[in-house]
Design a protein around this ligand. Structure first.
Ligand SMILES: Nc1ncnc2c1ncn2[C@@H]1O[C@H](COP(=O)(O)OP(=O)(O)OP(=O)(O)O)[C@@H](O)[C@H]1O
Length: 332
C-alpha cells in the first residue's frame, strides 16, 4: 500500500476525550438532502462553491442523485505486476492482482470490499483513485476516463478523499494538525480561508477547538483517525475511500469512528467505499458488500442478504468465521 501514500489526502486523526465521550452530533440526514447547517459550520461543500468546474458542470450544489452515469465504473479491469527475476536465467514473475473486474458504484452508495490478504482489494481502490493504471480495461469517474487523464488528475483528487489504516504513520510529526488537514485545500488550490475551513471540519469530527495548533503526538489513535477523516473530507469530496480505516483501533474506538463515517456519509451525501478484513463491521458500514478472491469479484450484493445467505463458497467461509461487534457500540 506504499504507493497510495502519494495521495494528497494521506493523513488524519482525534483527541482521546472525544473517544471517551463523543461530541453530540447533528442528526443524520438523507443522502440527497444534506442537513441545513448554521452559517458558521462546515457544510462539506464550502471549498466547492462557485468554483470548480467538474466535467463541464459547476460543482456548487452538486447532486448525488440526478446524473445518469455511475460515480465509479470499472470495465474489464485487470492489473498485472511484473516482478524482475531474482536470479540470472530465472524468468520474470507475474502477479495478476486484478482479473477482469467489472463494477459500478452509484452516488451515495456505501460499499464494503472484503476478502483475504492478497485478494486485490487495495489494487482495486488504487485503480479507482487513479493511483495506478490498469493493465487492461477502463476506469471511469463520473463518466470521465481516469487513465486518459493520468498526467493531470487534480480533478480526481478534488473529488476523492482517502483514509488509511494506520493513524500513527499518517501524519508528519513536525506539522501541526492544522497544516496537515489543510493539505488537500492547498494541493487543490481551493480558494477561501483555509484556516477557517480546517477549524470547522475539525470541529465537525469532534476535535477540540485548539486541535489545529497541536502536533500529532498529542492525540490518541482514535483521535488521529478522526483527524484523518477531517483531512480526507476538508476539500468536499464526493467519494470517500477507507483502506482498513478502523482496523488499528480498539473495539469501542473503532465503533465510534465507524459511527462518524456513517454520519458524514448521510450528512453530505458521500459515496463511501471501505476495504475491511472484518466482516463484523460491515452491517453498520455498508448496505452493499463486494467479496474478492484472487483478483476477482466472487460475490456482490446487499450486505444483509450476502451475510445471511452467501452464495459463493468463499463468502460462506468468510461469513462462518466472522466476528461481530457488540450491539450498540458502533454509534458515535
Ligand atoms: N506493487 C506491487 N508489485 C508486485 N505485486 C504487487 C504489488 N501490489 C500488489 N501486489 C500483489 O498483488 C496481489 C494483490 O495485492 P493487494 O495489496 O491488492 O491485496 P489486498 O487484498 O489489498 O491485500 P491486503 O488485505 O493484505 O492489503 C498480491 O499478490 C500482492 O502481492
Amino acid at each position: 500500500m506504499s504507493e497510495a501514500r502519494e495521495h494528497p489526502a494521506a493523513a488524519q486523526a482525534i483527541p482521546a476525550q472525544v473517544d471517551a465521550q463523543p461530541a453530540a452530533q447533528p442528526a443524520a440526514q438523507p443522502a440527497a438532502q444534506p442537513a441545513a447547517q448554521p452559517a458558521a459550520q462546515w457544510t462539506g461543500q464550502t471549498p466547492w462553491t462557485g468554483r470548480i468546474d467538474v466535467a463541464g458542470e459547476n460543482a456548487a450544489g452538486r447532486s448525488h442523485t440526478t446524473r445518469d452515469n455511475p460515480l465509479v465504473e470499472l470495465t474489464g479491469v485487470s492489473k498485472v505486476f511484473r516482478m524482475p527475476p531474482r536470479r540470472l536465467f530465472e524468468r520474470a514473475q507475474q502477479v495478476k492482482a486484478l482479473d477482469f473486474v467489472t463494477l459500478k458504484i452509484e452516488r451515495g452508495e456505501s460499499v464494503a470490499i472484503v476478502g483475504e490478504s492478497g485478494s486485490g482489494k487495495t489494487t482495486l481502490i488504487r485503480q479507482l483513485l487513479g493511483l495506478s493504471t490498469p493493465t487492461e480495461g477502463t476506469v471511469r469517474f463520473d463518466g470521465r476516463e481516469v487513465a486518459a487523464h493520468s498526467k493531470d488528475l487534480a480533478w480526481l483528487r478534488r473529488r476523492t478523499g482517502l483514509v488509511f489504516q494506520d493513524p500513527y504513520s499518517s501524519f508528519n510529526p513536525r506539522r501541526t494538525i492544522g497544516q496537515s488537514v489543510a493539505e488537500p485545500l492547498e494541493g487543490g488550490n481551493v480558494p477561501g480561508d483555509h484556516a477557517d475551513m480546517v477549524r470547522q471540519v475539525l470541529e465537525r469530527v469532534g476535535l477540540p477547538a485548539d486541535a489545529a495548533q497541536r502536533y500529532p503526538d498529542a492525540f490518541s489513535g482514535g483521535q488521529r483517525q478522526r483527524i484523518a477523516v477531517a483531512r480526507a473530507i476538508v476539500h468536499g469530496p464526493e467519494l470517500l475511500v477507507g483502506d482498513e480505516p478502523v482496523s488499528a483501533l480498539d473495539v469501542l474506538v473503532r465503533a465510534r469512528v465507524l459511527g462518524l463515517l456513517t454520519e458524514l456519509r448521510r450528512e453530505f451525501g458521500l459515496t463511501l467505499v471501505t476495504i475491511t478484513h472484518d466482516l463484523g463491521i460491515v452491517p453498520q458500514l455498508a448496505e452493499r458488500t463486494i467479496v474478492m478472491q484472487g483478483g476477482r469479484i466472487v460475490e456482490d450484493g446487499p450486505t444483509e442478504q450476502l451475510l445471511s445467505n452467501p452464495s459463493d463458497p468463499y463468502t460462506q467461509q468468510l461469513v462462518a468465521s466472522r466476528l461481530t461487534l457488540p450491539e450498540n457500540t458502533w454509534r458515535g
